[in-house]
Design a protein around this ligand. Structure first.
Ligand SMILES: Nc1ncnc2c1ncn2[C@@H]1O[C@H](COP(=O)(O)OP(=O)(O)OP(=O)(O)O)[C@@H](O)[C@H]1O
Ligand SMILES: [Mg+2]
Length: 231
């Protein structure tokens, strides 16, 4: 599903070049649930953004879901993001002036999905993330856990093969965090969606099959968890 070879990301700063990722190699199979861990500043978000086509590597090769990302044009990269990947962020990133339904429908509308299909898909997603009755609410009227469930529903709208989640439980209390982890785990196990989740929380990381650890932009550990695949 994902092949990252010798990927580096160098930011040119006034004070000199800063290497956020150095020669990272990562291979992720379809259907895996991966946790990415490591200290603050180790390059976790940088790696996730490169996997999702939000950012380009300085060097190296990245293939995601059969698409070679380096060298893709801006338009193709936008299409890749919209159709192949679902993103979930720590701070939800919902549009505040739009309702739950409208937030979930964003990518579908951008992709010119017929209106009747959008309504049907959004209805199903709202049920899937347990937000019945909230379709017309605005994000500010929801709890953090509910907002994150909207974000997961939005990520699922285009039926992506891959979900990239950057600290999806980082702003949530234990219970709401566990609800999100259970949701991601179910999508992974039952729908076969590959999940790559950045987390600081060792407890959250246990939801994964495998933990990849970064330090100073390099992969320093890659460990399969006991009981992986049996969940
Ligand atoms: N646009 C940028 N310009 C310059 N440096 C950057 C930029 N984006 C990230 N960096 C630097 O790259 C390094 C890695 O950042 P990244 O956001 O990937 O870390 P992280 O592992 O996600 O950290 P955290 O756990 O705090 O979210 C950091 O030192 C950061 O300052
Ligand atoms: Mg980060």
């Amino acid at each position: 599903m994902i092949t990252v070879e010798k990927v580096s990301k160098v930011y040119a700063l006034e004070a000199g070049d800063f290497t956020a990722l150095r020669d990272a190699d990562v291979a992720i199979r379809k259907g895996e649930f991966i946790a990415i861990m490591g200290p603050s500043g180790s390059g976790k978000s940088t790696l996730l953004q490169i996997l999702g086509g939000l950012d380009l590597p300085t060097s190296g090769s990245v293939v995601v879901d059969g698409v070679r990302l380096e060298g893709l044009g801006e338009k193709e990269r936008t299409l890749f993001r919209r159709t192949r990947v679902g993103f979930v962020f720590q701070n939800y990133q919902l549009l505040p002036m739009m309702t739950v339904s409208e937030n979930i429908a964003l990518a579908l509308a951008a992709n010119r999905t017929p209106k009747a299909d959008i309504e049907r898909i959004v209805d199903r997603l709202i049920r899937e993330v347990n937000l019945e009755g909230k379709a017309s609410s605005f994000p500010s009227q929801l709890s953090g856990g509910q907002q994150q469930r909207v974000a997961v529903a939005r990520a699922l709208a285009m039926k992506p093969a891959l979900i990239l989640a950057d600290e999806p439980t980082g702003n949530l209390d234990r219970k709401n965090g566990e609800d999100i982890l259970r949701l991601l785990s179910r999508l992974n196990k039952e729908e076969g969606i590959t999940v790559v989740m950045v987390t600081h929380d060792p407890h959250a990381a246990k939801t994964a099959d495998r933990i990849i650890t970064l330090r100073d932009g390099a992969v320093v550990e890659d460990a399969v968890l006991e009981g992986a695949g049996s969940k």
